[in-house]
Design a protein around this ligand. Structure first.
Ligand code: NAI
Length: 413
């Protein structure tokens, strides 16, 4: 779909060294893309993004209400990561600015790290490596096990949990999972009727749930006591899910044989900052600095995912994958090309009764024939994508913009 102005006039700025494949994809679309390797602050940041139509950031650039206000041409934001905490979402949505993220592009990376940790914990790999680095030849089979035939207990059978399930079975592990939602077990995986049943059945427990009220401290002293002696615990999900003091006690007492922890209740905000945890110095415990999803492949996949979401929004108004505005994807109607091709109007408005009626009234007054439309609302925001025969649509856009509840209206043709 063509846009209302030449594509090379769409200015896209990408900060923080997003992967080049996404940049190339957006350039391939014909957009004007500028990049900056690091994060910018203050005047430098506003100087770089102030006239952009699209801003792409990773986790270090904070797009505050003040900044968003100072980007009058901003159409959309791409977060080239899983989270969107760095963007003031309410400010963006009330200006009709969708914010896109890529929550599942690093699923495989987390699942692979977990597999590595399952084997490493069963062989006390980091403990033995550390001893050898210090000059001790600790050759022994004591406490070392194959993972084949062992029971992997997965809490949370979502994107990562189910991917892990498939990989673990390929190693000959038996998989059992517990999820509060009903999930189709993949391969030979078995469903546990309760968390307690899972805890009492597994040789290694791996947690893959989100941070919410039901998961905070879901693995504490009581749950650990329900596990068999010698079990390993892996948390690559969120730092709030496991009570680390209870975990440390259980490892020191020998009830648990090891743990791998990638996420912590308090994490430093920047690389290089110092870090302390009750888990430091514990035997057969692998600590990693929240790198479960941090691979080049994940970065590449994130950049391509966000680039295509942004391109679909610029070209067709599609908001699928946006976290803060209604998701709308209206397919192009028919195959009419050239001068008779329908025009598309995109309108964000306040979600109050009567707006659609006013828009239809404006179209009827102008004799504009609507050929397709899709309206969705979310909280205080409505988003309408409307296709119309190509006469008077510029006037229609202006009339829609004049409606009190309108936030922003864009015309594509
Ligand atoms: P997902 O949303 O696909 O799956 C989560 C699953 O947990 C869902 O099936 C849900 O029904 C289930 N669940 C929710 N509450 C539960 C409860 N109380 N008990 C049992 N199951 C429950 O999420 P995804 O993508 O698999 O991510 C899982 C976790 O991994 C999230 O916390 C995410 O933030 C984290 N993560 C960590 C990364 C890292 O770098 N270490 C990278 C990517 C994700």
């Amino acid at each position: 779909m063509k846009t209302s102005f030449p594509k090379d006039q769409i200015e896209i700025v990408l900060l923080e060294g997003t992967h080049q494949d996404g940049t190339e994809q957006l350039r391939g679309e014909g957009f004007n893309v500028r990049t900056h390797g690091g994060a910018l602050q203050g005047d430098e940041l506003i100087g770089f993004i102030g006239r952009a139509h699209i801003v792409g950031v990773r986790s270090k650039t904070h797009l505050t209400d003040e900044l968003i206000k100072n980007c009058p041409r901003l159409l959309a934001v791409g977060c080239f990561c899983a989270g969107t905490n760095q963007v003031e979402l309410g400010s963006a949505s009330m200006r009709g600015i969708p914010v896109f993220n890529s929550p599942f592009s690093n699923t495989r990376s987390v699942a692979e790290l977990t597999i590595a940790e399952i084997i490493a914990l069963h062989r006390k790999l980091t403990h033995r490596s550390h001893a050898l680095h210090l000059g001790t030849w600790d050759k022994s089979a004591a406490g070392s096990h194959e993972v084949r035939g062992k029971v992997l207990g997965i809490v949370g059978y979502g994107h990562i949990g189910s991917q892990l399930s498939v990989l673990a079975e390929s190693l000959g592990m038996r998989v059992m999972f517990f999820d509060t939602a009903s999930k189709l077990p993949l391969g030979n995986a078995m469903v546990a009727g309760s968390l307690e049943e899972l805890l009492g059945s597994c040789d290694v427990l791996s947690i893959h749930v989100p941070d919410n009220e039901s998961t905070r401290n879901m693995i504490g002293k009581k749950q650990i006591s329900q596990m068999r002696k010698g079990v390993c615990v892996i948390n690559n999900a969120r730092g709030t899910v496991v009570d680390l003091v209870a975990l440390r006690d259980a490892i020191d007492s020998g009830h648990l044989s090891g743990a791998a922890i990638d996420v912590f209740p308090d994490e430093p905000s920047r690389a290089g900052e110092s870090f302390t945890s009750v888990m430091q110095g514990a035997e057969n415990v692998i600590l990693t600095p929240h790198v479960g999803g941090s691979t080049i492949e994940a970065q590449q996949s994130i950049s391509l995912d966000i680039a295509s979401k942004l391109a679909r929004f610029i070209n067709a108004g599609t908001t699928t994958g946006a976290v803060n505005v209604p998701e709308v994807d209206l397919p192009e109607q028919g195959t009419v090309e050239g001068a008779n091709r329908p025009h598309r109007v995109l309108n964000f408005h306040r979600n109050v009764p009567g707006v659609l009626g006013k828009i239809h009234e404006a179209a009827a007054d102008l004799g504009v024939n609507i050929t397709g439309e899709y309206l969705r609302t979310r909280d205080q925001l409505g988003y309408l994508v409307l296709d119309a025969d190509p006469s008077s649509t510029e006037i229609l856009r202006d009339r829609i913009n004049e409606i009190d509840e309108s936030i922003r209206t864009r015309l594509l043709w």
